[in-house]
Design a protein. Structure first.
Length: 132
């Protein structure tokens, strides 16, 4: 997985966050298409045009986890790798159960990040790969 990516697409529903991403990406010289809209609407259109074997999806949903339509889109188009960042263990577990059930995805790695010291909150990063 050390291959460079030809294309980067960011889907962001929060306008100020999308504007900040535009500025940061331009400042650093990263080429990236930014779609300002909901993941539920934009992700199917994006994944429809990509080669699943050459696609990595990076998810960072709110505490409520991924919308059902996002999970169904991932299961339909099956990008080779899914990285899921979560601040809520219960919604992460719920969503991973759906993605890994039936052998579609396999859990490769997990990592915990204590981003908020002296609290019970932490971030979890999970790497899933598509089963062949």
């Amino acid at each position: 997985m050390n291959r460079p990516f030809r294309e980067r697409i960011l889907i962001e529903s929060d306008r100020p966050a999308g504007d900040a991403a535009s500025l940061n990406l331009a400042t650093r010289g990263y080429g990236c298409q930014i779609i300002k809209g909901t993941t539920e609407q934009a992700l199917p259109k994006v994944l429809k045009t990509t080669n699943p074997k050459q696609t990595l999806a990076l998810l960072d949903p709110p505490r409520t986890g991924c919308q059902e339509k996002v999970l169904q889109t991932l299961l339909k188009y099956q990008p080779e790798h899914v990285f899921y960042i979560s601040c809520n263990p219960s919604t992460l577990a719920r969503d991973l159960k759906k993605l890994c059930n039936g052998g579609k995805y396999h859990l490769e790695k997990t990592a915990l990040f204590d981003m908020f010291p002296r609290t019970a909150h932490f971030e979890t990063a999970v790497h899933l790969s598509r089963q062949h």
